[in-house]
Design a binder for this molecule. Structure first.
Ligand SMILES: *[C@@H]1O[C@H](CO)[C@@H](O)[C@H](O)[C@H]1NC(C)=O
Ligand SMILES: *[C@@H]1O[C@H](CO)[C@@H](O)[C@H](O)[C@H]1NC(C)=O
Length: 805
């Protein structure tokens, strides 16, 4: 089994062109030969640029066992519950279950988080990112609680996981249904080359323990204990599985229907040892226990290091009451820390405080650890190439729908994570910054390893180096700097010093590759001027995908949000230069750039639309476009709808009022007495445009493209829905103008309070109604919308509740 299987992609240099040109010129004279070699090596060099790491000291200086407190964790957050170590060649543990009442001939095995499973709820209730976590899962009639507790010790230490299943309690008038048999699985899986797995059985089919030896850890065992109703049957599977993405298929293939003496219908059990006939490999890389039981039942799984056996006191093993006690201790510490950080008890009902704790825990508990290689393409690459093998420690936007790293999401995630545990944040930011190539570019979606890849449609896997993504990591770094300045956390100059050249490289990438034609203007790359089926060509790089921009992409276009992001970068770089006490000559360019980009006269000249009284993009634009049906020939499949331009575009401001228009406010670039600021603030609470009872909608109702589909298949995404990350930034911006002196201080303050209350109340209401935090919220009903659970940036609601922005 190997983690990587990308042999189909030719490595750089082994490319057709080389062969053909080389052969063609071989017989020719030496001069031409030399020229060709020169040309090809320059080409080769440029092709290699995209996969050449930035030449700067690494940010991650300690990993694996050198960071014992984060060695083990629930880092397989794409699973309902799984544990993993921070190692490129990890040991994977995971929980699965199914109800022994297969519907429509298929077992509904629960394993990877999936919206299709239709679980009523799965949510970490408490999770501190380091020592423990406790999660509740409601699946039909099953009430499952999963928790884990870690202990420090030799070689990464030990942990225990507890999985309790009980029937859902039904309120008194209803009669609780008789619980049905269900099967619990807990498995170990690892690379066969480097880990030796074996299973210890009692009573022929009951797994007492799984043993193995692994790099870093040495010899270990996983012991199983049970409590509750007597299981109807113990069974197991010991086999070879190609990769974690093949587990479910293997299960389906090896399960057998069996009639037990005291049960009316056949039940499904695993077969024991199953190996491919004639395959010389007889060692398993996958072992799972299956316990079939009528709840209530509690399984405890103890991960122990064999070399620590002599030190372990038997009556202090992490199980039973000892486990409960340690879990309770961690929970109490969690509560105390949460209260002292966010002070919610004074302002919110107890159930809302519980929700806030769960939301934070879901953000922290969805941090994962990935290893693999991205597939990327630079402007000089004719073929897709493999990025260098890398590990990534990162939170994820959504455990079910986006269980992998996303660059611009991560900056938002760390606004919250840094408050909870700045060490975790610094580690995450460090991992991301180490993914930078020599051009200052970081692949924006990180699909590392086969398991991550299996969850992504193929066309989205390749990352293009011409496409940027909002530099939100600067927001996270700025927060850490502010915390250091306020002495909330100790100075970490080493972290700042190492981050500096990498942040500079990002800035230079934007200056070089996302600049506009006119001085001090900027343009997101990656818009397709020839996109025939899109109502408005998408701007994926901006993060705001289908938010309407100039209808006809040209090089002269200029994007207001991007200009404001660059201003933020310049500000942070200038601040770091000062913090590190570098000679002024080395960083004054950043302060100067910040001043230029926040010069209100220049900003107004480039982006203020006097007609619309708003900040706008500028470009070749017309509002008068529509999607029309094409006639297809008889007998042929229908053709896609295409865009029809009713009125010719002209160069002008793109007056689509929406999130983009608020960026000068968001980045606090406006002078406090700016008349433009007054216009924005006075118009902000207009329900006909962006204001709703649930937060600001992404696009004004007055926009022509409000709530329109971009193609016949793409529903509106950033064209009306309410997004929590941008609402957070707007609230932060309003708070700024509410705290500094100026003529609009009072107005900014009242808008800030009202907007904050609207967003918080709606997200809390929807959580209690649906059990989930959502990707975005409907601007008319406030209802949760899109993927769920989405405890990525929507979790910023915790900072809003605690007024920490
Ligand atoms: C699920 O079990 C937990 C722990 O016993 C309990 O606190 C909770 O109320 C149960 N939830 C439901 C819906 O039965
Ligand atoms: C696995 O077991 C084999 C034979 O039992 C042994 O030679 C090898 O060193 C073991 N590998 C590890 C990683 O411990």
């Amino acid at each position: 089994m190997s983690v990587e299987r990308e042999e189909n992609y030719p490595p750089i240099g082994k490319i057709g062109l080389w062969d053909s040109k080389f052969k063609l010129f071989m017989g020719s004279n030496v001069l031409i030969f030399a020229v060709v070699i020169g040309y090809l090596s320059v080409l080769h060099q440029k092709e290699a640029d995209v996969i050449t790491p930035l030449n700067a000291p690494h940010m991650v200086t300690k990993s694996g066992l050198a960071v014992p407190e984060r060695y083990w964790g629930s880092y397989r957050s794409n699973l309902y519950f799984g544990m993993k170590n921070r190692h490129p060649d990890p040991l994977n543990f995971g929980l699965m279950w199914f109800n022994q009442k297969p519907s429509a001939n298929s077992l509904n095995v629960r394993h990877w988080c999936s919206q299709r499973d239709g679980l009523q709820r799965y949510s970490w209730l408490k999770h501190d990112g380091v020592n423990f976590g406790e999660q509740t899962i409601i699946d039909g009639n099953l009430n499952i609680t999963t928790s884990f507790v870690k202990r420090r010790g030799l070689r990464g230490g030990e942990w225990t996981a507890r999985i309790s299943v009980e029937p859902v309690k039904v309120p008194p008038p209803k009669v609780a249904r008789d619980p049905e048999p269900m099967s619990l699985f807990f498995y170990a899986m690892a690379d066969i080359e480097t880990h030796n797995l074996s299973v210890n059985l009692i009573e022929k089919t009951r797994v007492e323990s799984i043993q193995g030896s692994s790099p870093d850890i040495g010899r270990w065992r996983l012991r199983f204990l049970g409590d509750g109703n007597d299981p109807m049957k113990y069974s197991y599977l010991s086999t070879v599985v190609p990769g974690p993405e093949d587990i479910i298929e293997t299960l389906h293939r090896t399960v057998r229907a069996v009639k037990l003496p005291n049960h009316p219908v056949k039940l499904f059990f695993l077969e024991g040892k199953v190996f491919i006939p004639d395959d010389p490999v007889k060692e398993p890389n996958f072992v799972t226990t299956q316990v079939t039981v009528t709840p209530p039942y509690t399984m405890e799984v103890l991960f122990q290091n064999v070399e620590s056996d002599l030190d372990r006191e038997i009556d202090n093993e992490l199980q039973g009451e000892v486990y409960t006690k340690e879990l309770e201790l961690h929970k109490a510490k969690f509560d105390a820390k949460f209260d002292s950080l966010f002070h919610l008890k004074e302002k919110y009902k107890p159930e809302d405080v519980q929700t806030a704790k769960a939301v934070l825990s879901n953000m922290v508990g969805s941090i994962g650890y990935f290893h693999g290689r991205s597939l990327v393409k630079g402007p000089d690459n004719r073929e897709v190439v493999l990025y260098w093998p890398a590990s990534l420690y990162t939170a994820v936007p959504s455990r079910s729908f986006f269980p992998r790293g996303f660059l611009w999401d991560e900056g938002f995630h760390n606004l919250l994570i840094s408050k909870w545990n700045p060490e975790i944040s610094k580690d995450i930011i460090s991992h991301w910054l180490d993914l930078m190539n020599k051009n200052g570019w970081i692949p924006r979606e990180q699909i590392l390893g086969e398991e991550a890849k299996a969850a992504v449609p193929r066309e989205f896997i390749v990352q293009r180096s011409t496409n940027a993504n909002p530099p939100t990591l600067f927001l996270a770094v700025q927060t850490l700097l502010n915390m250091m300045k306020a002495r909330e956390i100790p100075d970490d100059l080493e972290f700042v010093r190492r981050a500096y050249p990498r942040l500079q490289a990002i800035y230079e990438y934007f200056e070089r590759e996302q600049n506009g034609v006119e001085d001090t203007t900027y343009r997101w790359r990656g818009r397709d001027p020839d996109a025939r089926t899109e109502l408005n060509p998408k701007t994926l790089a901006s993060g705001l995908d289908d938010f309407p921009r100039a209808s006809h992409p040209t090089d002269e276009e200029r994007h207001i949000d991007l200009r404001c992001w660059v201003a933020l970068m310049a500000e942070v770089l200038a601040d770091i230069g000062q913090k590190l006490e570098l000679p002024e000559s080395l960083h004054k360019q950043y302060r100067e750039k910040q001043e230029v980009l926040s010069n209100n006269d220049l900003l107004n000249k480039l982006h203020w639309s006097e007609d619309a009284k708003q900040y706008s993009d500028y470009g070749l634009h017309t509002d008068d476009v529509m999607l029309v049906k094409q006639k297809s020939k008889p007998g042929e499949p229908p053709l896609p709808m295409v865009r029809y331009t009713i009125k010719a575009p002209r160069k002008r401001f793109v007056n689509q009022l929406g999130y983009v228009s608020l960026f000068p406010l968001i980045m606090r670039l406006l002078d406090p007495d700016s008349p433009q600021l007054r216009e924005i603030l006075q118009g902000l609470d207009d329900p006909k445009t962006m204001w709703t009872d649930y937060g600001l909608r992404s696009l004004s109702q007055t926009s022509k493209l409000y709530n329109t589909r971009n193609t016949e298949h793409d529903p509106p995404y950033w064209r009306g829905n309410i997004w929590i990350n941008i609402n957070f930034l707007v609230i932060r911006g309003l708070r700024h103008y509410a705290t500094i002196d100026g003529p609009h201080k009072a107005l900014a303050g009242s808008l800030c309070d009202r907007l904050r209350a609207n967003v918080v109340n709606n997200v809390l209401k929807e959580y209690s109604r649906t059990g989930f935090i959502w990707e975005n919220y409907d601007d008319f009903s406030g209802k949760g919308h899109g993927s769920h659970p989405f405890t990525g940036w929507s979790a910023l609601v915790v900072l809003l509740m605690g007024e920490q922005y």
